[in-house]
Design a protein around this ligand. Structure first.
Ligand code: 6CS
Ligand code: FE
Length: 285
């Protein structure tokens, strides 16, 4: 079958139109899914109660220092960058089971869904690095075998997100175009790409082209504790390092449609570890 989101195959990159809906269940909702459909993200204020978020932050700090969780490390100083497959932990699982979040997922994806990836990103101090410009979907397609764009991230800030501490930055509307990446001369390991993405990232001139194409500006997504940020799997985003002097911790559930469960990676020989893209341990939403 033809791969409609081919990437990392040819020497040249391409920008191609998205072939999938953004909201599969219709736009009538008490939340502004019309905004989500058009812009590729939606910040919902005061979605969770603060005690639940405090419990999740407490657990996130415990996970950072435990010996059993799967973690990814900063390349320069070997400090913990992310912990993966965290959704079954006490203090976190109740957020993954939140009924309102489940209703939203059903509405966006038009049916049943599951957690493709859950992670905590720790930007602990000034030495923790940000993330380069990318579309998550490009990575998940190439490296995990996610075929279609029927997936989104639910980001739950466990700390306030500010410009100084490296909040997420997005290009509104960019989820409607797909960056089909050029093939790099070298292949990097799953771990290396997670710590410092070397494959699939567009150059700054491509980013400028996308910004001009949509007449958008880069938006700093400022969040408070209790907020929920939804963003489409294909929105172009990045984030800066944390320059605030205080740690900044965010929790993510990546929610994929049951109709879109992983196939073989589309542009990579070896499947990534289970913790980076669930195939066996399916947590239904
Ligand atoms: O490789 C991944 O799955 C992760 N990497 C990036 C750059 N974005 C999101 C994702 O969790
Ligand atoms: Fe990302």
């Amino acid at each position: 079958m033809k791969d409609i989101y081919e990437t990392r195959i040819s020497k040249e990159h391409k920008l191609v139109n998205r072939q999938d809906e953004v909201v599969f269940g219709g736009l009538i909702s008490k939340y502004d899914l019309d905004f989500y459909e058009k812009n590729g993200y939606l910040l919902i204020k005061d979605f969770f109660n603060k005690q639940d978020i405090d419990a999740a932050l407490f657990e996130a700090n415990k996970i950072k220092d435990d010996d059993c969780s799967y973690k990814n490390y900063e390349l320069n100083n070997k400090k913990v960058r992310s912990a993966l497959s965290v959704h079954n932990h006490d203090g976190i699982v109740q957020l993954a089971k939140d009924n309102e979040l489940h209703d939203l997922s059903y509405q966006i994806l038009g049916g049943r869904s599951y957690i493709h990836q859950s992670r905590i990103n720790y930007k602990s101090d000034s030495e923790s690095t940000g993330w380069s410009w990318h579309s998550d979907f490009e990575t998940w397609h190439a490296q995990d075998g996610m075929e279609r764009m029927m997936c989104f991230s639910a980001m739950i800030p466990l700390c306030k997100n500010t410009v100084e501490n490296g909040c997420l930055r997005v290009i509104p509307k960019s989820h409607k175009i797909y960056y089909s990446a050029h093939k790099e001369d070298n292949e990097f390991s799953a771990e290396h790409n997670f710590s410092d993405q070397k494959e699939g990232c567009p150059s700054l001139s491509v980013i400028d082209e996308i910004i001009k194409k949509f007449g958008s500006e880069v938006v700093d997504v400022l969040c408070d504790v209790g907020d929920l940020l939804l963003f489409d799997c294909n929105i172009m985003h990045y984030s800066e390092a944390n320059k605030s002097g205080e740690p900044r911790t965010n929790l993510f559930f990546v929610i994929n449609s049951m109709k879109n469960m992983l196939k073989k990676p589309f542009s990579c020989i070896i499947e990534r570890p289970e913790e980076m893209g669930h195939r066996k341990n399916i947590f239904e939403i």
